[in-house]
Design a protein around this ligand. Sequence first.
Ligand code: GLC
Length: 799
Amino acid sequence: MITNTELEYKGNLYPNTIVDFYRDTDKLYFTTSNGVILEITILRDSIIRFRYATENIFEPDFSYAISEDVSLGYNELEVNETPTEYLVETAKLRLLVDKKTMRTQISDLDGKIINEDELGFHWEENYEHGGNTVKMSKITQSAESFYGMGDKATHSNLKGKRVSNWVTDQYAYGKDQDPLYKAIPFFIGLHNNKSYGIFFDNSFRTYFDFAHERRNITSFWADGGEMNYYFIYGPQMDQVVKSYTNLTGTPELPPMWAMGYHQSKWSYYPESNVREIAANFRKLRIPCDALYLDIDYMDGFRCFTWDKSRFPDPKKMISDLEDDGFKTVVMIDPGIKIDKDYWVYQEAVENDYFCKRADGPYMKGKVWPGECNFPDFTNPQVREWWAELYKEMMSETGVHAVWNDMNEPAVMEVPTKTAPLDTRHDYDGHPCSHRKAHNIYGMQMVRATYDGIKKYVYPKRPFVITRAAFAGTQRFASTWTGDNVATWEHLWIANVQAQRMCMSGYSFVGSDIGGFAEQPNGELFARWIQLGVFHPFCRVHSSGDHGDQEPWSFDNEVTDIVRKFIEIRYQLLPYLYTMFYRYSKDGIPMLKSLVHYDQEDHQTHFRTDEFIFGEQILICPVQEPNAQGRRMYIPRGTWYNYWTDEVVSGGMEKWVVASLDKIPFFVKEGAIIPKYPIQQYVGELDIEELQLDVYYKNGVETSTVYEDAQDGYDYKKGRYSLRNFNFKGKEKELVINQFKDGSFITSYKTFRLNFHGLPFKMKKIQVDNETVDLKDVKLNGSNNIQISKDFTVLHIIGA
Ligand code: GLC
């Protein structure tokens, strides 16, 4: 046990005896004789916020991360006192606060310890900057594992690692390199089959040590601000992730085209090149919904301008592309070129919108256009101005969506790669230095962008992409994992990062498919596409200086494989869209790591490669050259091999065949997977038939299909269609009940049901209790029927 004297000796200060306690409805205040106040807020029975003040003073309570829509409310809160501790109880948790040390311990109602302080809160005064380095240390429970933390390019289980959060432009980052582009100070702990989460809501540089420095200790600390964290109890990881996601928010539904395949490069120009790329997609019949214009469309890299020699008539080009089913997405960076003749620069100077250094001059840094100044996006007026800058681009020129890059902010030719730390920020009326604002700068930029795009694409839905992010940025934008490299190792990294981001509340994520830096060979590109079509955001992007990276840039075999997988994505659009709906509405992540899927199965705790796409599909990428398959872990349950319909039982590792034109792909038994016909872009076809792939199970399973107008806001007025299919299979019989919600009328009149693994021949079919002549239902073989009715009950009796 470390004594208080030793701590003081190391420069740490710590709370001493609690001398005062009071309760103010959902808040409890404990004060020590040396002026530490612990404020405990009960948000829900399983979500408790801890906040510590030193010298009796809290900072103003302000957070960019927490969503306005967070749901609050608990059933029970009781506080009792013993001679040595305070005992706080909710309907789910029991919390002890030690009177002598202010250390806390949280258990479930069975008395099982979930999380407990070691030293608990302690701090060091920061004489250079003022304020404190605030620290927390906890006891690592036996066999505890750790997950989450945003985009860390390291093994999914963080046990034994130390990571930090400081959003950084990390060109061509390596495995285990840290920090990267995102700062999401949220982790999940799992031990004794119970999960909890801790969200440290502090925007300074933060550090997390998961039993790395000391074997049984997990700690986290920040360079400033307050010790302010949310404890979230499961016990299921699913519950932890949902609660964290609810706390920091989810995006509204994007337009469905945002879930299509997107093609990007640094850069497609001039206009003829863009048109050529578009034409090639259509000619080769490779579905594609969006083309991206990187920085070279601008006039000398000045945001909100066009290089008229390369793009003489952007409006016409964008509208022609739109006629052909392509949306145009353009890049906007935060650095504004210092140029007295440039209107954006002029407006910012006139209104005093740029960030300033401590002694008053504008903060200056080099980016693509040369020397730039940087708008202070933490000032609400600046955000409003920034949002308005998009007006002409969106409503006049017709641009569909915007991509915000370099918003860490990235600064070139300086060792820190970013703004000087003395740079001042408004922080929404809580003025501070860049030490505090750095991690949220990009988030506030993309928030302003989102507001502008949302306003100017109305009545359509906005689609925005960001590179930098802090916790909560998912409310405004999708994201990609930055400047990766065309290597097999990076394919592994992309997979881990996407899963980790989903676990960290940020589902709308993808990687630069094929790699940004360097050139993939055809095999790597094909394998990466196979993974990328199962990521929520699916875009090929590359630096362009090593050769082309379009689906046809390799050989015909690769082009065919790429087409086949993009087609699968387009067939699965209703499934993917439903995944997004579930994410947006209930915070259910779009990808689940196996540990998230089945935490009771300890085999899953160290798995990295396999993941669940949505809720019923299992995917595992092939991540090495010359492979004809791979070993993978099949989670517990029964699964159908998508390619062969072979049924496999999980709970073990298996060799799975996957030649270059296949990826290990399984469907959960009982699942009903909705599919659309292949389209070259979203909305190309009026969907005339909904295909339902039914994977027979002797038992029950529920599947959901969400649909709406695919864009616009009518769905908010109830014009959506939510079909819940309850599947019930027996030895010689199956029943599918359909419950429909919402007033949207789907365009199709028929359902095509494809039965997989049906153990019997159909003898009799009843639709809504009426027997249908087998000929009427167009029985095709024994496993494919068409029903021309929005049925409520389908009953099939076997021979
Ligand atoms: C950054 C981005 C990359 C982009 C490039 C040029 O490196 O991460 O995606 O292509 O800048 O704008």
